[in-house]
Design a protein around this ligand. Structure first.
Ligand code: HEC
Ligand code: HEC
Length: 315
């Protein structure tokens, strides 16, 4: 604030307060009025009495003036004068932030020695994990992490990229962008492949023609999805044989993916969250799915657990 502005504001503020004081003094001078005096105003026979201010009201007025004086002495308000307490919005914010960071550091100090699987077993850590997940992840992955069309279910044991702690950590920290290219397939190929994939994932009643000609047409897909269609976690190519469909499990949904290609976008959280929080979230994701796993580990090739607990059509 320039000096001129500062002086202008000080003069205005102090001048206002002094004017109030002056007003109080002149209205309370004993000028000989008594309760029956009128101001001389008269409307339809009703006269306005010229009474002094009630005492309680006057008292309040004086208190507010004293308050204003004390306030302006303690806090910023008079131009560039900072107030004797040296208070500012920024300093208050910094104090609150530092206090918060201290609480956080204290909380996380308990867990520095835990690896991610151990974190996933700590009830206290997972309560915070749940909160972080609700704030940052449920918009896409759904409450409880059950996913939606295009957004993977994190509670099943079907992983695009894998469920090793480091892999999940990387998914959250760096984000993911799985790309299923548009391969310009003709419509006959699209129709056959969509039905062939339904056959691979265990659906009955698929025609012999599809089952016979499927593998040849699938050759172009094998580079990413593997010759057996079980996917490749290194590039996030999903297992196409487990009956779990990221983009919908109807033949028309699959045809849609084949015709146009598809892309998944998981944002990076490296800037939004600190490393403690990301570790906690990775553990939370593991805790979400581990309740579905008998032995707590996924099969190495990314195929589903034997009990077929995830046979939903469409996720
Ligand atoms: C803007 C939407 C969005 C948000 C927000 C989001 N995700 Fe994701 N996430 C996705 C998508 C889409 C994918 C699939 C990426 C792909 O297809 O390659 C994904 C993939 C993942 C994967 C890999 C799953 C697998 O099968 O390998 C993990 C783990 C994950 N997200 C965890 C999280 C966590 C934890 C958060 C919160 C910190 C989060 N996501 C927030 C959209 C989101
Ligand atoms: C360059 C690698 C690549 C090739 C080649 C490829 N895909 Fe994909 N495909 C992917 C990736 C990655 C995804 C996951 C997209 C996402 O994350 O949303 C995917 C997704 C899919 C899906 C959706 C799966 C679901 O769960 O909803 C289907 C179906 C599919 N691919 C079939 C095929 C078929 C059939 C071919 C051959 C004609 C093929 N893909 C060729 C990489 C590939």
């Amino acid at each position: 604030m320039s000096n001129a502005w500062s002086i202008y504001i000080i003069v205005l503020a102090v001048g206002n307060i002094l004017a109030m004081v002056w007003l109080l003094i002149i209205t309370n001078r004993d000028n000989g009025v008594d309760a029956s005096d009128t101001t001389g105003h008269k409307w339809d026979g009703i006269e306005e009495l010229n009474n002094p201010l009630p005492r309680w009201w006057l008292g309040l007025f004086i208190i507010t003036i004293i308050f204003a004086g004390v306030y302006l002495y303690l806090y910023p308000g008079l131009g560039s004068y900072k107030g004797s307490l040296n208070w500012s919005q920024m300093s208050e914010y910094r104090q609150a932030r530092d206090a918060n960071e201290e609480i956080q550091a204290e909380f996380f100090a308990e867990f520095v020695s835990y690896d991610i699987p151990a974190l996933a077993k700590s009830e206290r850590a997972m309560a915070t994990g749940e909160r972080l997940f609700a704030n940052n992840c449920t918009t896409c992955h759904g409450s409880g992490g059950r996913g939606a069309k295009g957004f993977p279910n994190l509670t099943d044991n079907d992983w695009l990229y894998g469920n090793q702690p480091e892999t999940i950590l990387a998914s959250i920290e760096n984000g993911r962008a799985g790309v299923m290219p548009n391969l310009n397939l003709n419509s006959a190929t699209v129709a056959v492949l969509a039905r062939y994939l339904k056959h691979l994932s265990g659906e009955d009643g698929i025609s012999d023609h599809v089952i016979d000609s499927g593998p040849k047409r699938f050759a172009v897909c094998a580079a990413c999805h593997g010759a057996d269609g079980k996917g490749n976690q290194a590039i996030g190519a999903p297992n196409l044989t487990d009956g779990i469909w990221l983009h919908g499990g109807r033949v028309s949904d699959i045809e849609n993916v084949l015709r146009h290609g598809m892309q998944g976008n998981m944002p990076s959280f490296a800037n939004a969250l600190n490393s403690n929080e990301i570790r906690l979230l990775a553990a939370y994701v593991i805790s979400l799915s581990s309740s579905n796993m008998a032995d707590g580990s996924n099969t190495a090739d990314g195929s589903n657990t034997a009990d077929g607990s995830n046979t939903t059509e469409d996720e």
